[in-house]
Structure formats: C-alpha cells, structure tokens
Design a protein around this ligand. Sequence first.
Ligand code: DAH
Length: 350
Amino acid sequence: MNELDALVDGARAGFAQAATPADLENAKAQYLGKSGRITELMKGLGALSVDEKKSRGAAINQAKQAIEAALTERRQALADAELQAQLKAEALDVSLPGRQRGQGGLHPVSLTLERIEAIFGSMGFEVADGPEIESDWFNFTALNTPEDHPARSMHDTFYVEGGSDKAPNLLRTHTSPMQIRHAVQHVKRHRADLDAGRSMPEIRVIAPGRTYRVDSDATHSPMFHQCEGLWVGENVSFKDLKHVFNDFCRTFFESDDLVLRFRPSFFPFTEPSAEIDIQFQQGPLAGRWLEVAGSGQVHPNVVRNMGLDPERYIGFAFGMGPDRLTMLRYGVNDLRLFFDGDVRFLAQFR
Ligand code: DAH
C-alpha cells in the first residue's frame, strides 16, 4: 500500500471514530486544514520537476477527493443519526387515548335543593337563607317550645358560645326558626299597612339549609339538610297546603302515579299537625308509605311571635328532608354516602 492510500485509510478511520459533528471537523482539519496532511503534501510539490509535479499532483488530488468523499459520507451519517435520535425522543404515540380534563358536577343534594327551589319558585315562593348558629329563642321558644318542653329532647344538638348560660346558642336543629325570622322581616316591611288595618301581601317562602342533631347512623347524619316552607295569609287553608305539596311531589318525582297521605302527628309549633307520607304506585318502592315532611297549621302562639294577629292571619308550614328526597329519587340506601366525599359515588351525578 503506498503512502497516499495509507493516508486515505487513516482519514476514513479517523472520520469513523468521530462521534459528533465537532469531532468530525477536528478530524477533517488534520487532513484538509491549513496545516493538514494533504495541504502539507501540496506544498511539497513546488520542489518537484514539471513531470513529477503532474503525476504526484494528480495522485495527491485523488487522495484528497477520496478523503473529501469520506468526510461527506460521515457528515451525512452523523446528521442522519442525530435526526433519528431526535425523532425517537420526540416520538408521539397517536394511538394513546387523549388526556381528559376532570369534569366537576353538583352534589346530588345540591341538585335536589336546586330542584326544590325551582319548583316552589314556579309556585310563587321566595327562597330565604338564615344562620346555622341559632339562638334558643328562634330555634325553640319562639316556636312554642319553651325551656322544659319534652319536644326539646328530640332535638339534642351542638351548643356553642354565646347566648345565656340557661339558653346557649346552638347549631339549629331544624329550619323552622326561619319561619319566625322571615315572617318578622316581612311584617316589619308592611307594619304601616297592618297598623292602618290594611292587609299585607301573603308570606310564601321556603328556606333550605343545613341543620344539626346528635344522631348518626345509615339514615341519620349529625349534619343534614332541611327545607322549611311557610305560607301565611288571611284566606289560606289546609287544602292549599295539600294542593301545593301534592304538586311539588309529583313534579319533583316526575310522576303522577303518586299518592299523598296526611297522617296526624304532633309538633309544638303547629296545631293541627301532620306528617306527609307519599306512596309510589310503581317501581321498586311501590306500595310503601314513605315519610317526606312534617307539616301543620301554624300555632297561634307562633303567629303572635311573628308579630301577627292569629285571629286574622292563618299560616301553614312544612319541613321536609332534602337528603331523604335525594335518596328516594336516585335509589340511594345509605345517607352517609352523601357526606363521605367519595368521588366514585359523586361522579355518578355529574
Ligand atoms: N321542624 C320539624 C322537625 O325538624 C319539621 C316540621 C314539622 C316543620 C312541621 C314544619 C312543620 O314547618 O309544620 O322535625
């Protein structure tokens, strides 16, 4: 092998070893650079005769071209390798399922509350909101349930700071205090008319919200929801309450195949009082009587505490359990599911 062939082989080997474009440029300089081996050989031509120059020059040129060809090939190979690596790194698997953004939704009890508000709203009822920390007066006494009344024992609750030693503030045990709170405001707004012997507009209101009792099992939670209803006017009767509640139940459960029963009961703040039971005629609960609300004609003492004359104004009230209604509507059998915060359960109502 002559000296030039060895040079070309050496260049090829050097280029092959270059792992990066920068390495390759360094290797190239050794042969084709200003003081590279080929350049040096060219410089040596000057000392030769014309004939020798021709043949030697041609041979060096050939070697130079071979080295340049090897360089180009290696450059291309490195560029291809780099492209392949990049493609691999940025690979996009178009067969992967897309990433979805988690979708939120309303809690089933919130859905029920919205539904209750919409239905009663369409029947001309306002929606009122009130405090969950309540005074003894609004929660009990004003509702005809004085300090030693036995009905209080069914409303054991959580007591908080404030109020008096004998009658501390508490977490409200029902939404019924809203009857007094709302009526008092309404009466205040229409005081002048009332004092002048004129009529005031009827009170028609519902008050949904959270309530509290010391109670916990599959059908009772220490925190639960209630929705109070109050209708006060000069010419309101039990048949109006029956009518409104009947309409509400049929709309709420989207069924005309539903029977209502008013079963005599006792509440200190109503007289007479009734539990409202419903019976589905079809479906898994068909034939069973299910209690959905307490109700009654507002007791004269309570009407008086609203600032109204019980000889002139008659009230009807009801208190229902939205948690219960939600369980019936969706076929949920354990109340605790509503408050566990398990997304697998909640996501079903999105
Ligand atoms: N407040 C009662 C309870 O928590 C429910 C109730 C019964 C509300 C009769 C009423 C009513 O407005 O008239 O058990």
